[in-house]
Every structure is written in C-alpha cells, then in structure tokens.
Design a binder for this molecule. Structure first.
Ligand SMILES: [Zn+2]
Ligand SMILES: [Zn+2]
Length: 250
C-alpha cells in the first residue's frame, strides 16, 4: 500500500475534491455517478463490510444511559441510497486503520491505489460490497511509461521487452475494461479477474511503429480482428486518432 500525506490527497487521485475528508466513511463523484467506500484491512475485519449496523451509535453514553448517534454513519446512508436507487456505481479502495490501547480506531494515511468496482448487498450485520463476476480493476496511480521509439541493438532487447510490457499494462489500465474502438465492455473476465482486452499498435512494429502509449490502443477481440482484416480498417483507425487524445500518427 502506498502512503499519502493525507486522506484528502489520496481522494484527489480518485478525482474527488475533498476539502474536508474527516468524519466520512464514503465519498461521491456526482459527475461520474460513483460512490467510494474504504475497505479496512485491519486484522479480523471482513473484506466486504463497508457499513456495519453496529457503527450507528458511538460507545459514549448519554446521562440516561442511551448511546449517542455516530454522525459519520448517518452521512453514508444517503450514499447507499444513491447506489440503491439512483444508479450510482460502488467502488472500494483498501485502507488500513490502527487501534490504540483504549480501543479507539484511528484513521491512517495508508491506501491501496487499486480501485475495484463492487456490488452492494444488504446483509444482517450491515452493508457489504461483494465482488462482481466481471469486475473492473484499475490503478489510479500508475506512472505514464516512456515506451520505446524503435528496437535498438540486440543487448537492448530486454529493456525493450520490459518497457513494452509497461506500455501494455498502462494502456489496458487506462481503458478501464472498455474497448477503445467500439466502446463496449470486454467480452469476458480472465482467470486473474481482469477484463479481457488486447493491445494493438496503430503503426505496426514491423513498419517501425513505436512502443509508446501514443501508438497503442486496447481493443476487444472483435475490433482487433476487424482492424487487421476488415474492409473498414483504415476508417476505424482514423476514428481512433480523432477520438483519443493521447494518440499521435507516426
Ligand atoms: Zn471493440
Ligand atoms: Zn493488432
């Protein structure tokens, strides 16, 4: 997990502008219709529980012996409603809290940058984020790779291989499981839980095309075959150069 100087800094990498991130279990991006919950990785904590019923009240007692309501819990209920009734998607990121000698839970600055799309389910102890059969995994903090301009001498082959792999991973991560040609979701999930897409070089490596993100796209298998063999292959390529800002004709 990566260390951030504050939770607000981490949330900004998710595209969330949080001026005050204290006292909240969940965050909303209204523009993209997304709700983000943290999943605590502390020992013994359930890997799906995002909002437990027992968090409704604090441990502090009023004079009459009843418990105080936990306002942090109350703030997340409208977010659950956005997912259940307004078509918002649920995302989780892994985080870690610590517990002191008095049993109080402390927030942390450790966050995993991999974000996962999950399915909301109400269970008897609270709200859970269950894994999808087809899930979208992405990393919000992947460095943009340099790639390679063209194959150098033989001893540079390993460097080139590693750099091309970085480019491939970056492009697949950027595509978020959607084909960059037709926009449809990948046709299936691989055995390691990723949505399957293939990478394609717009100018072929054999024609001295580069291994940079400006020459590489993520495609569904259908579009990939069409772009190699279809009558419309040049049109499809031209459309991608027009639609995708990072691409540069070589
Ligand atoms: Zn496609
Ligand atoms: Zn190809």
């Amino acid at each position: 997990m990566k260390k951030y100087s504050s939770r607000a800094e981490f949330l900004r990498t998710l595209g969330l502008d949080c001026t005050n991130s204290q006292g909240q279990y969940s965050f909303v991006n209204d523009e993209k219709k997304q709700v983000f919950f943290g999943l605590d990785q502390r020992d013994g904590i359930n890997d799906t529980l995002i909002l437990a019923d027992e968090w409704k009240y604090t441990n502090k007692l009023k004079k009459d012996g009843t418990k105080y309501k936990n306002s942090t819990y109350s703030k997340s209920i409208p977010h659950i409603d956005l997912i259940e009734n307004q078509g918002y998607e649920l995302f989780v990121y892994k985080t870690l809290t610590s517990i002191d000698d008095n049993g109080a839970v402390h927030a942390t600055t450790l966050f995993q940058t991999e974000v996962e799309n999950r399915k909301l389910e109400r269970k008897n102890d609270g709200y859970h984020a269950l894994k999808h059969v087809t899930r979208c995994l992405f990393n919000v903090d992947l460095e943009t790779p340099k790639g390679t301009k063209k194959p150098a001498k033989d001893n540079a082959q390993l460097t080139r291989f590693v750099r091309d792999l970085e480019v491939k991973n970056w492009v697949l991560n950027y595509a978020r499981g959607n084909c960059e040609c037709c926009g449809k979701s990948a046709p299936f999930t691989t055995s390691d839980g990723k949505l399957f897409l293939e990478v394609h070089h717009l100018l072929k490596l054999a024609d001295e095309g580069s291994g940079r993100i400006s020459n590489v796209v993520a495609l569904c298998p259908n579009c990939h075959k069409e772009i190699h063999y279809g009558a419309n292959r040049l049109l499809l390529t031209a459309k991608m150069y027009k639609d995708i800002d990072r691409l540069i004709r070589e």
